[in-house]
Every structure is written in structure tokens, then in C-alpha cells.
Design a protein around this ligand. Structure first.
Ligand SMILES: N[C@@H](CCC(=O)N[C@@H](CS)C(=O)NCC(=O)O)C(=O)O
Length: 238
């Protein structure tokens, strides 16, 4: 695996739960789920390095990487030898292990169930429909499939409903559910293939969440990757 350490951060706040070692995130900036995990690491202020796995060059198929993650997907976290994959699982783990409190993933079972419901929605509706719509164009240059576009549009309508009268995706404060969803929204906006502003609740949540995340590198971690996603996608439409 040809890894490249590009980012290294020290904790922003003193937190006795922080690891003494540096965690490693195997990441590709074009991937929205990978950006979710990196954004959260930045928000928690965990000392980390990033190893780029270039999916466009099929680096995820390298035997060394497959040994870590048989599913050959990013993100993958290596926390002092403990290896875990799936962005949702990584985020829950990191808040439980290193969060200075439980605000990003509650310990209260009912509050946690609501966050979990939104995470499962993110994984099984939004992301599933997102990759079904974008992958054929992004990787094979196929024209966008209108049925798949309608399915993803429907998932946006569901999200819009969840956000009716709500500031955040799950509960009264920002949680990992917001981290899970925002990188997909940024990619969709950058691709120019969906009118996010027409989903008014989604649109105001999106603006609010972007500003809330500015303090820990939204622009660098999320927007840059979303812009790269958007320009690759647009180049394949021609
Ligand atoms: N549910 C997983 C999805 C991971 C996933 O599908 N990642 C894609 C990039 S968006 C990937 O690495 N694909 C490469 C492959 O399947 O070979 C998560 O949230 O981490």
C-alpha cells in the first residue's frame, strides 16, 4: 500500500481520555463516508495521521489493505492496533472512547436509538442510493439513470421530513448523525445534479451545520473532497 501521511493534528482541548498514540485513518477525500470519519476525528481533536487510499487507482484492492478490511472500503481506523471499519461504527467508537462527553453520541438509550435510526437511514437509504446513482457515471462514464436519481431524490424528501422543525438530524444538538450526512450533501451540491435548496429544511440544516463545523476544518476536510467529487462527476458527463 502506498500510503501518504498528509495530516497530523494535536488535541485542541485537554481531555484525559485522549490516546497517547497517534491514530491512523485510511482515507480517500472523494469518499463522503471517509470524510465523515475524518471530520469527527478533527472535531474530537484526536492526534492522527491520514493515509490516502486512492480509490481511483484501486489502491483499496492492495492485499495489505484487504488484510485490514476484507470489504476493501474506506474509511478504516487503526487505533493503536485496534482496526475497525465502517464510518458509522468508527464514529460511535471514537465518541465512546475519546469524547469528552456524550453529546455527539448519547449514552441515554432512547437518545442513542434516535441517533442510530438516523445513522441507519444514512447508511441504508441515503448512501445506498447515493452510490447507486453516482458510481456508474463516476467510475464508468455512464449517463445518469433517472430512476436512480428519483430514488435518491426520495431519500432527500425523507431527510427533509426528519428535519421539519429540527435544528439537527437527531435530537437537540449536533451528533454523529450530522457528521454522517453532511459530506453526501456537499458532494451532491458540488455535482450540480440535485437542487438541495428546494428541500428547505435540508438546506437550512446544511448551512447551519457547515458553519458549526468550520471550527474544526469543514472547508479543508469536507468541501475540498466534495469539490473533487463534483469535478470528477462533471467531467464524466461530457
Ligand atoms: N458503510 C461503509 C461504506 C464504505 C464504502 O462503501 N466506501 C466506498 C467509498 S465511498 C469504498 O471504499 N469503495 C471501494 C470499494 O468498494 O472497493 C462506511 O460507511 O464506511
Amino acid at each position: 500500500m502506498k500510503g501518504l501521511a498528509v495530516l497530523s493534528r494535536r488535541p485542541r482541548v485537554s481531555n484525559s481520555k485522549m490516546p497517547n498514540h497517534t491514530v491512523i485513518l485510511y482515507h480517500f477525500y472523494v469518499s463522503p463516508v471517509s470524510r465523515s470519519a475524518l471530520l469527527l476525528i478533527r472535531a474530537l481533536g484526536i492526534k492522527h495521521t491520514v493515509e490516502i487510499i486512492n480509490l481511483l487507482a484501486k489502491e483499496q484492492m492492495n492485499p495489505e489493505f484487504i488484510k485490514m478490511n476484507p470489504l476493501h472500503t474506506v474509511p478504516v481506523l487503526n487505533d493503536g492496533g485496534f482496526i475497525i471499519y465502517d464510518s458509522h461504527v468508527i464514529m460511535k467508537y471514537l465518541v465512546n472512547e475519546y469524547g469528552k462527553d456524550d453529546s455527539l453520541y448519547p449514552t441515554n438509550p432512547k437518545k442513542a436509538a434516535l441517533v442510530d435510526q438516523r445513522l441507519f437511514f444514512s447508511a441504508t437509504y441515503l448512501f445506498a442510493r447515493f452510490i447507486t446513482f453516482y458510481t456508474p457515471t463516476l467510475f464508468f462514464g455512464s449517463p445518469p439513470d433517472e430512476e436512480n436519481r428519483a430514488k435518491l431524490n426520495e431519500a432527500l424528501q425523507f431527510l427533509n421530513k426528519f428535519l421539519e422543525g429540527q435544528k439537527w438530524v437527531a435530537g437537540d444538538n449536533m451528533t454523529i448523525a450530522d457528521f454522517s450526512i453532511i459530506p453526501m450533501m456537499a458532494s451532491m451540491e458540488a455535482s450540480g445534479s440535485f437542487d438541495l435548496a428546494s428541500f428547505s429544511n435540508v438546506w437550512s440544516w446544511y448551512q447551519r451545520t457547515k458553519s458549526a463545523m468550520e471550527g474544526f476544518g469543514y472547508e479543508e476536510v469536507c468541501q475540498t473532497g466534495a469539490d473533487a467529487f463534483g469535478s470528477i462527476y462533471k467531467s464524466k458527463l461530457k
